[in-house]
Design a protein around this ligand. Structure first.
Ligand SMILES: O=C(O)[C@@H](O)C(=O)COP(=O)(O)O
Ligand code: ZN
Length: 215
């Protein structure tokens, strides 16, 4: 992996972090982003960093043995990101946010833990698909990695109960777009609560899944 690639990815993490933060998709120092590197290592946002004001040079770089090579101490959810990467060799990036509507859905007692948001729109099915709920764990709790590991092989996105979404994508851009789509669909879901919305049928969902394979 060239220094040029490393710098480009650092700049990209900072750019997407700022874009997400500026649009209110995560607040304060919440949320974290990681990218898989070609040499087997990872770039991760540092713990307690504001996604809106990341310094590319201080982004944490881990080697393939998970040792910190440079930058600040990585997010306390690094084990969570690594658990997802372990199950998803096809995924190149992960985004975790405290996006308000997704968090709101994660707090509802009546949601289906196997699939928290119904197939309201085609784009949601194409970008996110089924969204399982991961039972509540304290942020940074290493057992969260085990809980996610069981789901991440089959699902590119999971919702942490009373916490927020974790979304993997082929690229950072894909992970960000899927996270945005999840947040907007969570908002739609809340807007439509109690109104018995007409969702896509199983056949319509199956057709989308066959036509638009997600990574
Ligand atoms: O909710 C939390 O505490 C973490 O999941 C989080 O979003 C921010 O933690 P750091 O990435 O360690 O700052
Ligand atoms: Zn969090």
């Amino acid at each position: 992996m060239s220094v040029h690639d490393d710098n480009r990815l650092r700049e990209q993490i900072a750019m997407f972090g700022q874009s997400l933060f500026d649009r209110g998709l995560t607040m304060g120092s919440s949320g974290n982003i990681s990218v898989r590197l070609a040499d087997g290592g990872w770039l991760m946002t540092p713990t307690n960093a504001c996604l809106g004001r990341l310094d590319p040079a201080r982004i944490s770089r881990l080697d393939s043995e998970r040792r910190l090579l440079d930058g600040d101490r990585p997010t306390k959810e690094s084990f969570l990101h690594l658990a997802v990467y372990g199950e998803r060799p096809q995924s190149g990036a992960i985004v975790h946010l405290h996006s308000t509507h997704s968090v709101a859905v994660s707090c509802l007692p009546e949601i289906d833990p196997g699939d928290c948001i119904p197939p309201l729109t085609a784009y949601y099915v194409m970008r996110v698909g089924k969204l399982p709920l991961v039972p509540y764990h304290m942020p940074g709790d290493p057992t969260l990695g085990d809980a996610v590991r069981g789901l991440a092989g089959k699902h590119s996105a999971v919702l942490l109960a009373n916490h927020g979404p974790v979304v993997a994508g082929k690229s950072l851009e894909a992970a960000v777009y899927a996270t945005e789509e999840l947040e907007e669909t969570a908002r739609l879901f809340l807007l439509l609560r109690g109104q018995n919305p007409r969702c896509l049928s199983d056949a319509q969902v199956a057709e989308l899944e066959a036509r638009f394979l997600r990574d």
